[in-house]
Design a protein around this ligand. Sequence first.
Ligand SMILES: Nc1ncnc2c1ncn2[C@@H]1O[C@H](COP(=O)(O)OP(=O)(O)OP(=O)(O)O)[C@@H](O)[C@H]1O
Length: 237
Amino acid sequence: MQLKSVDKAFGAVVIAKGLDLTVQASEGLGIIGPNGAGKSTLFNLITGDQHINGGSITFGGREVSKDKPFKRCRQGIGRSYQIPHPFGKMTVYENILTAAVFGSGKGEAEASPHVIEVLHLTGLAKEANKPAGHLTLLQRKRLELARGLATDPKLLLLDEIAGGLTEHEVQSLIGTIRDIRKTGIALIWIEHIVHALLATVDRLIVLNGGELLADGEPEAVMKSPQVQKIYMGVEPA
Ligand SMILES: Nc1ncnc2c1ncn2[C@@H]1O[C@H](COP(=O)(O)OP(=O)(O)OP(=O)(O)O)[C@@H](O)[C@H]1O
């Protein structure tokens, strides 16, 4: 996936200014940045939920900038949302099946083996027949992961999926996300819980004011004085 010279602004609020970003197949990329930096909007631009003002987005070597969200999804861009909205009265299985059918265009019978795989990969097998509205927060986060995976993505975008969890639950989710990475899916994960990213991704970027403030090996990025100052409010000694 490649963003080339991407521009996006809402009036005076600059989300991206000539932004270049490439994510390789199977790569794990973390994104941090202050509240309102435009991280979720960046996901919306990649998925087509919102449009870029300039530049281009390519995926699998093909420009997708003008493609509708369902088309990008079927090409292999899957996502989770910051605020999960599962179908509360439908079971976990039915929620995942719905995403699988939408994402692949397959019929229910054909999609169901993949749904079973996803249930196991996301640790939801025992909850398969529970209504989604009865899940714990961690299980809802797992369902959000599962709905993204059900669309059979080559690239999965996770938007603050660990937010609101206890430390013990975050560790459990990290284990699952590491397992997902082992399947070869590329990952972009926006997260304020930095240690979860450090345990999971190969590369970290810091987005601020529409530009990349830092881009590199996660530990090194977190130690850079510029990042400590702008992101964590720490003045250099
Ligand atoms: N549709 C929209 N119209 C106008 N302004 C918007 C729209 N969507 C987002 N914004 C503004 O763009 C800025 C970036 O929002 P965004 O949600 O992408 O930030 P974020 O980095 O994901 O923040 P957080 O870390 O708090 O989730 C914010 O100032 C927000 O109010």
